[in-house]
Design a binder for this molecule. Structure first.
Ligand code: NDP
Length: 268
């Protein structure tokens, strides 16, 4: 019988996860189905209950449900515990196992696909939501020097406190970034979804900087802003494929070839 999986978010119609998992399944010969499900904003837990009772084996979780997924899980991986956010659920009869593959996905995309070293680089992370929490620890572990800025400054401070045992994280408001430069600027806000630009200073990008937007599928105002100021620009498609591959491995025990899938998506 075909094993069923899904990605849950709100909104979700833009998601490329069903296509990616279909490509992984075809490549590895796994018999699975994978669909996109929009949960009502107040209906995440009810959606998971429905999936469990109808035989789904796992799901990915995206905006804005990653913190709720963390709370709902009955078992957590170390990655999920450190992130306090969950993007991958393994649905078992007697348990819901939460994991977080976002950080690993971002690290693989920047270091392997984009051939950009993170160690000793000045990294600015925009945002302090689920996506940001998911990537902080793997970034700190590379030896990068980390700064976090968030529209709601208190949340950036909370994030820095949460990870303090793993390394120092400087925090800023967007206003207090003036005069600073970074080698890698990662947009982990959802500003692209509403076509908005986080209020960054004009001179934020160091020479040869990489501007990385976790969003994918179209040029965001952040990507356009960075391109106009001479930065190298990447969207989050590579991260999406890499984090999906790790989720696929958790569910199926098989590692797909991400390079083949990513290049097919890029040329499509
Ligand atoms: P959350 O809803 O948990 O957090 C949203 C964050 O964005 C908060 O820090 C919020 O700030 C900030 N924000 C929202 N609008 C603006 C704005 N106009 N200007 C500045 N900051 C803003 O979302 P997630 O963290 O889960 O997801 C964030 C993004 O990352 C999404 O676009 C998602 O698609 C993408 N993503 C991509 C992945 C990939 O594989 N490529 C994986 C994971 C996420 P405040 O606290 O002030 O509200």
């Amino acid at each position: 019988m075909t094993d069923r999986y899904a990605v849950i978010g709100n909104p979700i119609s833009h998601s490329k996860s069903p296509l990616i998992h279909a490509m992984f399944a075809a490549q590895t010969g796994q018999d699975i189905s994978y669909e996109a499900i929009e949960a009502p904003l107040d209906g995440f837990a009810a959606t998971i209950t429905r999936l469990r009772t109808t035989g789904y084996r796992g799901c990915n979780v995206t905006v804005p449900f990653k913190f709720e997924a963390f709370k709902l899980a009955t078992e957590l991986s170390e990655r999920a515990l450190s992130a306090q956010a969950v993007n991958t659920l393994l649905l078992r009869d007697d348990s819901i196992v939460g994991d977080n593959t976002d950080g690993l996905g971002l690290g693989r995309d920047i270091q392997e696909n984009l051939q950009t070293r993170l160690d000793a680089k000045r990294v600015l992370l925009l945002g302090a939501g689920g996506a940001a929490y998911g990537v902080v620890l793997p970034l700190l572990q590379t030896g990068a020097s980390m700064t976090v800025v968030n529209r709601t400054t208190a949340k950036a401070d909370e994030l820095a406190r949460h990870f303090a045992a793993h390394g120092h994280i400087a925090t800023h408001s967007f206003d207090s970034l003036a005069g600073q430069q970074f080698d890698i600027v990662i947009n982990a806000t959802s500003s692209g979804l509403s076509n908005e630009l986080p209020p960054l200073p004009e001179t934020i990008f160091a020479p040869d900087a990489l501007a990385y937007d976790m969003m994918y599928g179209r040029e965001t105002p952040f990507m356009a802003f960075a391109r106009e100021r001479g930065a190298r620009v990447a969207d989050g498609l590579g991260m999406l494929v890499e984090q999906a591959a790790e989720a696929f491995f958790i569910w199926r025990g098989v590692r797909p070839d991400t390079h083949a899938v990513l290049s097919r998506l890029r040329t499509a």
